[in-house]
Design a protein. Structure first.
Ligand SMILES: CC(C)(COP(=O)(O)OP(=O)(O)OC[C@H]1O[C@@H](n2cnc3c(N)ncnc32)[C@H](O)[C@@H]1OP(=O)(O)O)[C@@H](O)C(=O)NCCC(=O)NCCS
Length: 196
């Protein structure tokens, strides 16, 4: 531990190595190719996206991605757009914050890091004067992993949609950490009023 601190701290060397470290964390804990370092660099440069992260002993152990959005259809698999719109009707403003990914390295989970990342993300949304927040919480056989952390940031369940990622996982050949190539996980639709 001490050696890592005395030596070179890779994530500080450049924004690109930070992006690579965050991309690798998502690869390891979610699925290979979840978000590329190029995409993350684009988010770092954008005023419409936030990448926040937590570093312990020179290593990135948690990260969250949030975006400013104007259309639910841009972040929802096409076959579920109507359901999401019906579930969020009246609670999502024309411009809203989208919490698109949160990850905490195994071994560091359950210590409040995920909650802090979600709170950082919603605070950024408030700085942009956004009124509402939306996230799709991954629910597998163990339940909705992010729901407790998201609740600490003011996002609460407004519904659940089965087989949410099934068609897109089949189409792009990606895989679900729980189900593999055919994903039957559900999405818990989490909504937050950022003025509450
Ligand atoms: C979901 C995830 C991001 C949550 O991150 P985390 O750091 O474990 O979250 P937190 O520690 O803030 O909260 C998780 C639980 O730990 C508990 N906790 C929070 N602070 C704690 C602390 N200091 N000590 C012990 N437990 C604590 C919370 O009560 C919470 O339980 P709850 O959800 O039943 O209420 C993380 O578990 C993860 O990366 N999972 C795999 C990927 C994933 O599912 N990502 C979300 C996709 S939508």
């Amino acid at each position: 531990m001490k050696r890592a601190l005395r030596g070179r701290i890779p994530w500080l060397d450049s924004v690109s190595s930070l992006a690579e470290a965050i991309s690798e964390l998502f690869d390891q804990e979610m699925s290979e190719g979840y978000v590329s370092s190029e995409t993350l660099l684009g988010y770092f440069r954008s005023n419409h996206a936030l990448v926040c992260y937590e570093v312990i002993d020179g290593a990135v152990v948690g990260a969250a991605i949030a975006k400013r959005m104007t259309d639910i259809a841009d972040i929802t698999p096409p076959e579920h757009v109507d359901e999401v719109k019906a579930m969020t009707d009246g609670s999502i403003s024309s411009e809203f914050g989208y919490l698109s990914g949160v990850i905490v390295k195994r071994g560091y989970q359950g210590r409040g890091i995920g909650s802090r990342l979600c709170i950082n993300a919603t605070n950024w949304m408030r700085l942009l004067d956004l009124d509402s927040a939306l996230a799709f919480g991954w629910e597998d056989k163990d339940g909705c992993h992010i729901e407790g952390a998201a609740a600490r940031a003011g996002l609460h369940r407004s519904g659940i949609i089965d087989d949410f990622w099934l068609a897109s996982v089949l189409a792009d050949g990606s895989s679900c950490p729980t189900c593999g190539l055919t994903c039957h996980c559900s999405a818990v639709v989490l909504v937050g009023d950022l003025n509450a």
